[in-house]
Structure formats: structure tokens, C-alpha cells
Design a protein around this ligand. Sequence first.
Ligand SMILES: [Zn+2]
Length: 893
Amino acid sequence: MRRLVKPLVLTALAACCGAAFAATSDPVPHGKLPRWAVPESYALSFKVDPRQQDFSGTTRIKVDLKQASDHIWLHGHDLKVSKVTVTDAAGKTHGAKYVEAAPKEGVVRVDFAGTLKPQELTLSFDYTAPLNQQLQGLYKVSHEGQPYAMTQMEPISARYAFPGFDEPDFTTPFDISLTIPNDEKAVANTKQVKEVAAGEGWKTLTFSTTKPLPTYLVAFGVGPWDIVAGPDISPDAYRATPLQLRGIAAKGEGHRMKHVLSETPSIIHTLEDYYAFGYPWDKLDLLAAPDFSAGAMENAGLVTFRDWLLLLDPDSPAQYVRGSFNVNAHELAHQWTGDTVTTAWWNDIWLNEAFATWMQQKVTMKVHPEYRADLDRVRGAQYAMDNDSLVTARKIRQPITGNGDIETAFDSITYQKGASVLGMFEGYVGEKTFQQGMRQYIQDHKFSTATADDLVDSIAKAADKGEDFKQAFKSFLNQPGVPYVQTQLMQKDGQTVLKLSQSRYLPVGSKGDAKHVWGVPVCVRYGTADGSKVNCELLEKAAGTIALPGASANTWVMPNANASGYYRFGMDKGDLARLGDQISHLTDAEQLAYADAADASFQHGDINAGDLLAALKPLTASRVRAVATAPMASFEWINRHLASNDAQRNALDAWAKSAYLPRMELLGYHRKANEPDDDSLLRSTLAGFLALDVKLPQVRAELLKQGDAALKRRADGHLNLDAADPDLLDTALAVAVQEHGKSAVDALIAELPKTSDPAQRNAMLAGLSAVEDPALAEQVRNFALDKQVKVGEMAALLRGSRETRAQRDAMWKWAVANYDRIVERTGSFAGGRLPGLMGGGGCSQEEADRLQAFFKTRAKDVTGAERGLAQTTENTLLCTALKAKQDPQAILH
Ligand SMILES: [Zn+2]
């Protein structure tokens, strides 16, 4: 729709100013901005001193005005604009007015003095703004008392840093210049090309023009950084020149980036080989952020991370070393899917995130096969299935109805379900074919944007598949839920066949509609006389069959061969028992699928707690860590919510003890020289489970020794945190806090502000969050609001201590009383997690009711909180229903 042309009298006032500006008549765009004004390039200049509270900026945007208008819509949030001008194509400058049309969303209107014809305009803004305190836009953090300023724009926070068209499909080149104090350093997306003096005490750094980027990928950082050169990444068939690699960290921390820098070249080369497309930017910097809201951010050429993901020492906990590699591979994969090809709109953010997750697993399998990323993929999918079993789950392609949908789009559905669905269809068409499709997709959409249709078309074309394939793929993108494939063995025409039916998986108590149909590539492994075979079919209807050639009438069946399908399966007890007998013949991934099927049957009400524990027990003997530990989550639910008397609790203790204690004792309580890092990881998981969940006295005693040693004060006044095994420090401190109470809590609260090492800080936070004494728990929660605790660390303290109803009641009372302070610290990106942070883990109608009552009027005021509220409430009610359904006495059988 075109705008109405203004009466002539208003046009005649052009170039005037003040109150006589034309009123505009089109409504404020609460969703997408209109497409009749399109940015073509930006020049961003910032003057930033991290020691100050505010910064100033000048933004110039070339805009293609495609229709006559007296105004333009764009974004700006909390910006104090002192001057705005518009220069027309003839070079004439007109005054203009900056109007905050929807301040909460950051939608602004620039009113011209009259109607301008379609042409290229240059908008220019002078403004100041606060350095953000909630880790978004251009924000301020400090490390060891020294301030830094850095950016986090995704998804919609660029508007806090500069006025612009803050939507992903407006990709344009950016020219960035930073005026900073002489004694500071700065980095940005691209290489620095110039430095000039800029008045007393200041200098201006100019960076090379970026390739086309959306606003959310713009990044820079200012402060007394350590800048460490990494190895140049050598040229290859897809990139002609060496790539400069650097590590950026807070002052004094740079030397700890050696490990991650040494791992980076192999990741880049693997990605270049896969996509047949060279790394596209003029350098690569990895920056360890002193405080950060997400895990990491894939800004083109300047990737930012929580500091603990990059700052590693030879004795860093194994999970940090592995997490560092995985997250780095994820962010670098984004340089292709996300940065080279950007999602056109937030409903397709999975094109960025699912691909980066899926690709990271591929890179890890190639570079570090021992990390078993193949099993991470299965576990990630199962984690997503729990969320996807909620009626309130998002779809992979969830329509965006407001900023809340944008902020909450970064969930397990987008990442892990998305990655699993990609892996499933990759398996269906074959790895090579899928790769061809991906290479073409990158070529076709490079330095621009794409939609789900573009991607599905590319894959279908490479695989020579038609509409059926596209519909099957899209059936997983455009509807929520987990397919529940129920199987039944039968004989047909003298052959053994497996009858299949599909519906939506819904746990006991769900109010959802099970009648859903997907196009599911079902692959079945089944026993034959000489081993096993796999057969696959695309199940496109509610029911179907799959032939099992060579199978006997009572063969065993694994309905999700290699766990490559995104679905849960159900079978009758006899078939499940026959499958259980074959555990050792299944692949590791299939053993994980079996564990999920058993738990899904329990949550579906088909088997009881005793059946579940018996079905899971054989897995605990696996030599593979992911398999051996898979039963823990089911056990914890039964232990926490179902066990109701001493006999039941004793039976659970005995189960856990026989399942895991011998393994714990074999591993010992200290890392051995040169042991596989999988052993270190298993030690850490077993210790946490046995000491904190099961509370086995002998394990707690061992950990308490280490906790006590860590809490001893050294000659320099610091706690002796190095005295504990680095993989066990968090659990050791947790046990010490539970055993010693106040003395341990006080010691950790006093030490935290004096500690800069992020791994040790995290261990101390974990220790504090395990506190059980009610008064001390209150002290820890109050500490979470203290400035000594970083914004990004707050949730770690508040998430603990909620196993019992009494603990949850105390947490709830505190959270209600401190609601405004929590919200003020949290910021909009974490709004979706707020209801869960306050009232998550509940398992009663009353807890669901009070959550609803409290947020009834408040949820709409916190971006994303409505979905968080719906999901936390549903989880609470499902837990309540399952608890009512399952008989605790069954634990004893
Ligand atoms: Zn990502």
C-alpha cells in the first residue's frame, strides 16, 4: 500500500523546521519496517571512553527511498539525538525531526520538512547514549577494576548503539571509525586501516569497509585489551592469502588464549573444505568478554565469547576445554551460515543456529573424533524433545508476532531440534548430496539473505527430489512437536513386517492434540540370523508398514536406527524387553535412543518407576560416558519427585550405588597424568551425581577433603582453590557449603570479588548455589543482586537450592519481594527465562497457580516473559500430573 500524498501546503513548508512538520498518517510498524525505504550503506562513528557513563556517535545512512514520503521509519533505543539531517540526491541538506514513536520497542520516525520524491537520501544523526548496563548494544563491563566497552547486537540491540534499520535482511556495507582515549585499544569487524590524532588525549581509528552485513553482526570493543597474535591460517584451494588470527582478552589474560588459537586453523580449514568457500572476511579475532549474556556471538570477523570459553590453562577443567572447542566451531560455522548467508527474518533464525549446531558437530567429529559429537547430537535432540513435548513449544519456524518472539527464538527447538532435523534429512538424501546442496545454497545467497524455502529447494534439487520430499522436510519446520512412532511386529504374506503409526508425543497430563502427521524418514534396525539389518521408509501418513526381510517372527527391533531420526518410539512391553536384551548389540547412539524411549514410556504412563529403573540399569555399565550417564536424569526425577518414604529412598540409593560407585572409585578423586579427558569428564559427572543428588556419605567425605583444602587461606590471603582437582572444584565447594554452612558461604562470598579466573568463579558460584540452610540461602540470593556478581553470573546463583518444596517456596518469596531489582539487572534478552528463574522446578498445582497469578499483569512488560511463563507453567503441571499418575511403591519392585 502506498502512502497518501500530503496536501501541497505542507510540502511547501519543506526545509523549514520545528512544529510545522507534516503529521504522518501511517501506523507505527510494530513488526517489520516497511520496505519502501532501504538502507544501502552505513558510516558509523563512535566516541567512546569506557571510563565514562555515556558515549556519543554520528551515524550516516544512505537510504534508497522507493516512494514519495515525508518520513522514514527506523530503529533507535535510548538514544538522545541532538541533530538529524537529510541530504537529498541533489546534495541539498534539509532539517528533519527524530520522533520516538514506540520507545519500548525502539521504533522511531524521522520526519522530513516536506514530502520527498523517490531518490537516494543520506540521513545523518548526532547523538549520545548511555553505555548499557545490561550486556546489550554498546555495553560496559569491568575486569579487575578496569572498564571496557563492547557490543552485543543480536537480535535487536543494535538500536541501543546506533540509529538504523535493525532487521536482518537489510544487509549493507559498514564503515566504522572509533575515537577513543590514547591509552586504550579498539577492535572491530574488519582490519584497522588508519589511526589519526583526534584532539588532546584522543585518537581516531578507522576500519576497512565490511562486506554486506545486517546490523546485528556489527561489533567492536574498546579498552586496555591484550591483543595476542595467533598463527596465521594458511591459504588453501578456497582462499588465496593467509588469514590473520588474533586473540583479544582483558588486560593480563591474553596469554591464556594460546590453546584456543592453536585449535582454530583446523576448524577454519574444515569449514572451507565443506563449503568449498573461503573464509570471507579480512581477519579473524576471537574476543574473551569479561561479561556476556549469551555463550558466544558470531559477529563477522570479531567473534565474542564468555571469557571462560577462551581463557584456558593446562589444568583447566576438561568440560571447559571441550566446551571451548565446540563453541568456537559453532561460532566459526556461523561465518558461513548466518554471516555469509543471513536469515531473512527471525522466524528463520534456525537457518543460522540449527546449521551452526549441526556443522559444529561435523567439524568436531573430524578434528576431535574422541569428543563423540555424534552422541552430543543425539543427546541434544533428546533435550529438545523434552521441550518439544510441551503444547507451548515453539515451532522451528515460529511466526514472529512481536519482539518477545524474537528474543525467545534462541531456544533448544531452534538449535538442537533444528540440527537434528537437518541430520535426519542429510541421512535420508546422503551426506555427499546434502553437501552439494549446501555448497549451492552458499553460492546462491552469499552476502545476502535466504529463507527456509531457499534452503529446502537447494537440498531437493541436489537430491533430485520433488514436492513429497519438500513437504516432509517442511512438516518438521512448520509444526511443533515430536513424532511418536509406535511399532508392532506382525506377519504379512509369510513375511515379518513392522506396523508403524505416528502421532504427536504427549506426556501424561498434556492437554495437547496428538493428531499430527509428519513426513518421517523412519529407519529400523532389526535382528537377523547373522546379525542385524537396517531398513528405511518415509512414513508420510498416520500409519504404514516397513518390511523386515530376513527377520524371524519374534525378532528384536530398534525403531530408530543409529538414533538419526527426530522422533520418539513406543512399543509394547514385550518388544521393549526383547530390545533391552540386545543392548550390547546396539550402537552407542541407539543405546541413547533406547534410554529416551524408556523415559518417554514412563512419562507417557506406559511403564512404572520400577520398570524404568530396570530398563535403564544395563546402560550404566557402558564404557561410553554419554551412555553410562544417560539414566541419571530419569533417576533424579524419581528421586526428587516420587520417592516418598525411607524404604523407597533406600532402594534408590542402592540402585545408584551399584550403578555408579564402583566406577567412581576406579576413576579416583584426582585427575591422573595423561588420562583421557573423557575420564576427567566422567569423574566430574559421577561426583556431582553421587555427592549432591544421591548424597552418598563416602563420596561426600572424599569431596569434603578437597573442599576443605580449597577453603584454607593461603599466605597471600586468598583461598587455596588450586588445592582441589579442577574438575571437582565445584562439587567439592558445594559439599563444603552444605556441611559447614556459614563459614564456607562467607569465605566464598568474600573471595569471589577478588577472583578473576572465570573457571574458579563459576565453581564458587556453583558451590554457593548448593546451599541448603534457609537463612544462608537467603544470603546467597541477596548476593546475586550485588554488583560483585556479574550480570551474566546472577542466574547461576539463583538456579540452585530448589529441590524441595520448602526451598522453592523460600526462593519464590524472595523473588517476588525482589522482582524489580531482578528485572532491572536481567535485561530484555533474558526476559524469556525470568519466570523459570523465579518459579521453575515446581511440581504442584499451587506452584503453577502462584506463578500465573504473579505474572498475569507483569509478563507483558518483560520482553519474552509470556512464552517463558507458559512453558514454566506447563512443565510444572506436567510434573504434577506425572507424580499423581506414577506409584512410588513401584520403585521397590
Ligand atoms: Zn549460534
